[in-house]
Design a protein around this ligand. Structure first.
Ligand code: AMP
Length: 429
């Protein structure tokens, strides 16, 4: 079968890599793809925010299956448009993707369906913000409701600061575009966990759990990024906890969306905080996470096409997803200046291609932001590479990833040396 992947980051590189391993797949296309993906798939330029362009590509190429990677194409309704035209497509509809595209929708939905989450208030004016703030202790969290590429959450130490952040969100100073709705949220403490479930509109089944590192600096310091690394281990959550999350979060979401007339199909990413009061949902993503996917897919033993088919056909309850025991990790190599301004076009040295037919010691270098210029792979983004590996235990997986990373260089390359450090300190020696 011929499969088209929409997107052009490390997550899509990992999806393309997994598809190339499938015995059911004969051809993989990626739009727009990137320098690394181009070694595994035919890449077609496209603007992932332009619905018309994306639909056109599908109409011309007529793939047997389209897999939507990022949130932007979901938010503009790509799945709805393709389904309407009779194409098979993996991912949620525009209405179902509101769980990610509108934090206001997600919070109200969780309230309606009794899903555990932080106390909140929705505000559409500054007066409402001023009225609601006294109900919240400090620190207090201020969130933009819409998509903000990881920049829409600010933890404020005073009410005055929260008011200022809200003012800047409403005016557009903070995020570039004015925010219409703001969520004020109770501040939670605890370990974070990303729980991934495959959903088919009726059933939710577990894929895996992971933890990512959002901050730029070691020891989880400094500004937030799209993610500087991630890891997934057998012991990251107990079987009882995973079962609890499946029943009390993922399945409740699927039941709730179905009862409201917008069945949820695709991957549901549940961002969880393990608070002293129990697990609470921080956010939902309605797609594979990046960079968690680059770590998780290395452990996936089940043919990825079976996951996509089960979600589309409503047969997830008949599927068992097998993950390779042990651990996998992903370490991001980023451009100098990231997550602020960065320079692109720097030649990358020491790369080996991510060939699914010739795996190198269970290490794969996925490309997050690269391009090909004059036959040379160059940097083309803030996050540049996702160096991923799988091994029987976390320390061995980290050793392999960092050994591969030490062979790679580009001007200004920065990365965190402490991926997985919290879990490592808990692992038996
Ligand atoms: P979100 O996009 O909502 O997941 O938020 C991004 C990050 O902000 C999370 O991964 C947490 O580290 C932090 N965060 C979000 N909401 C809260 C909260 N209510 N309390 C504490 N930290 C939060």
């Amino acid at each position: 079968m011929k499969v088209l992947v929409i997107g052009g980051g490390g997550r899509e590189h990992a999806l393309v890599w997994a598809l190339r391993k499938s015995s059911q797949v004969t051809e993989v296309l990626c739009a727009p793809g990137n320098g690394g993906i181009a070694q595994l798939a035919r890449c077609i330029p496209v603007d992932p925010g332009n619905l018309h362009e994306m639909v056109n590509i599908v109409a011309i190429e007529r793939p047997d299956l389209t897999v939507v990677g990022p949130e932007l194409p979901l938010s503009v309704g790509l799945v709805d448009e393709l389904s309407k035209r009779g194409f098979r497509v993996f991912g949620p509809t525009q209405a179902a993707a509101q769980l990610e595209t509108s934090k206001a929708f997600a919070k109200e939905f969780m309230q309606r369906h009794d899903i555990s989450t932080a106390a909140h208030a929705l505000c559409i004016t500054l007066d409402e913000v001023r009225e609601e703030l006294p109900r919240f202790a400090v620190p207090v969290v201020v969130k933009a409701s819409g998509l903000a590429a990881g920049k829409g959450v600010v933890i404020c130490n005073t009410h005055l600061e929260a008011e200022e952040v809200a003012t800047q969100m409403f005016s557009g100073v903070l995020l570039g575009t004015p925010e219409i709705e703001i969520v004020i949220e109770e501040f939670l403490t605890g370990e974070e966990l990303s729980f991934f479930a495959l959903c088919d509109g009726t059933h939710a089944i577990e894929i895996a759990s992971a933890q990512d590192h959002k901050r730029i600096g070691e020891g989880d310091t400094g500004p937030n990024t799209g993610g500087m690394g991630a890891y997934s281990t057998d012991g990251i959550a107990t079987p009882a906890m995973r079962n609890w999350l499946l029943r009390n979060v993922a399945q409740k979401v699927v039941d709730g969306m179905r009862s409201e007339g917008d069945p949820f199909k695709g991957v549901l990413f549940c961002g969880i905080m393990m608070t002293p009061r129990g697990p609470m949902v921080l956010e939902f993503n309605t797609r594979f996470g990046d960079p968690e996917t680059e770590a998780i897919l290395l452990r996936l033993e089940t043919d990825i096409v079976d996951l996509f088919n089960a979600s589309i056909d409503g047969t997830a309850n008949h599927l068992t997803i097998r993950m390779r025991p042990g651990a996998s990790v992903c370490v991001i190599a980023a451009s100098a200046g990231y997550p602020g301004k960065y320079v692109s076009g720097k030649p990358i040295h020491g790369l080996r291609p991510a060939d699914p037919d010739k795996p190198i010691e269970d290490v794969v270098v996925f490309h997050s932001g690269t391009a090909i210029k004059d036959g040379q792979i160059v940097t083309a983004g803030g996050r540049v590479l996702a160096i991923s590996s799988v091994a029987p235990d976390l320390q061995s997986a980290l050793d392999k990833a960092y050994a591969e990373l030490s062979k790679i260089s580009f001007e200004g390359m920065q990365f965190r040396r402490d991926i997985g450090y919290r879990a490592l300190s808990q692992e038996p020696a």
